[in-house]
Design a protein around this ligand. Structure first.
Ligand SMILES: Nc1ncnc2c1ncn2[C@@H]1O[C@H](COP(=O)(O)OP(=O)(O)OP(=O)(O)O)[C@@H](O)[C@H]1O
Length: 285
């Protein structure tokens, strides 16, 4: 077997994965490719006042993958992904310990600029939350904040982002209409487009389809699959079928701990921990 060294190595946290190659298809050999970590969480703990909400979290999340976070209500899923862009700091009683390394740098270091982090790590929420502005202005909002004023450049960003979020054809003729006039599923894709407009590296999604009908859910799921070619996606979901359908890896959280983290097919077919098996088979949660 041949091992490929990745020249764009950004961290030391490596994982070696087998990929199918033409030679493998004829049974000769396979090639090993290394994947970079985007977020490497080490012994991360979080308290809301006295409540110990996350306990010794160790998770190594790789780039260009969809990572699903599953677990029963109150187990700490949202808290964990809000820690990844430091949104959780908005709660004054929060205390943290341990490390969350983004591309090799600990974002919890006081020297880490939160604004810089949030331009790299975008977030999509449970309920679509477009601004009360036109579709165009929703998407151009972030780039304008970053100082882009040129109309032609903004036009290009708006089109590219809306195309990236698979909604361009539905809205291209009404870019100046208020985003509130769109359906819930369309609004959620506008929010994803708004996120893409700042050219993030990682997209955090906190139950992005829980407020959507089945057809809109399917569209967002298909979109997530397409986006992982260019972005790393971490998605919290209550819907285990959704995790099984769209994620490469799954982390099962319980009472603030990670019980199991593995390839999604292993979590759903041969979980190692009895608690994972009980949860995915619907015995609790
Ligand atoms: N702002 C807050 N202040 C105090 N405690 C909080 C706060 N936010 C969350 N918690 C507590 O932290 C724990 C984890 O909550 P979190 O919202 O992360 O869970 P979750 O797994 O995302 O739940 P759900 O699936 O219901 O959204 C819960 O016990 C919750 O009550």
């Amino acid at each position: 077997m041949v091992e490929l060294k990745n020249v764009n190595n950004k961290t030391n946290n490596k994982e070696t994965v087998k990929i199918k190659t033409p030679s493998q298809l004829v049974g000769e050999s396979s090639i090993l490719v290394e994947k970079n970590s985007v977020f490497n969480t080490k012994n991360f703990n979080l308290w809301y006042g006295d409540h110990h909400a996350l306990k010794d979290i160790n998770l190594d999340i790789k780039e260009n993958e969809v990572t699903a976070i599953i677990g029963p209500s109150g187990c700490g899923k949202s808290t964990y992904i809000k820690a990844l862009n430091r949104m959780v700091e908005l709660v004054p009683i929060v205390k943290t310990a341990g490390e969350i390394n983004y591309r090799g740098r600990n974002i919890l270091d006081t020297s880490y600029e939160v604004e810089e982090l949030r331009t790299r790590v975008g977030m999509v929420f449970q309920k679509p939350n477009p601004f009360p502005k036109s579709i165009y202005d929703n998407i151009a909002y972030g780039p304008r904040i970053h100082g882009i004023k040129n109309k032609k450049i903004l036009d290009e960003i708006v089109e590219k982002s809306l195309r990236g979020a698979a909604i361009w054809d539905e809205v291209k003729d009404r870019l100046n209409q208020n985003a509130f006039g769109l359906s819930g599923g369309q609004q959620q894709r506008i929010c994803i487009a708004r996120c893409l407009a700042i050219e993030p590296d990682v997209i955090l999604m906190d139950e992005p389809t829980s407020a959507l009908d089945p057809i809109s859910t399917l569209k967002v799921e298909e979109l997530v699959q397409e986006l992982k070619d260019n972005y790393s996606i971490i998605i919290v979901t209550h819907n285990m079928q959704q995790a099984a359908r769209i994620s490469d890896k799954t982390a099962f959280f319980l009472n603030g701990e990670v019980v199991e983290f593995d390839q999604t097919d292993k979590i759903f077919s041969t979980p190692k921990d009895q608690r994972t098996e009980d949860y995915i088979s619907g015995r609790f949660g």
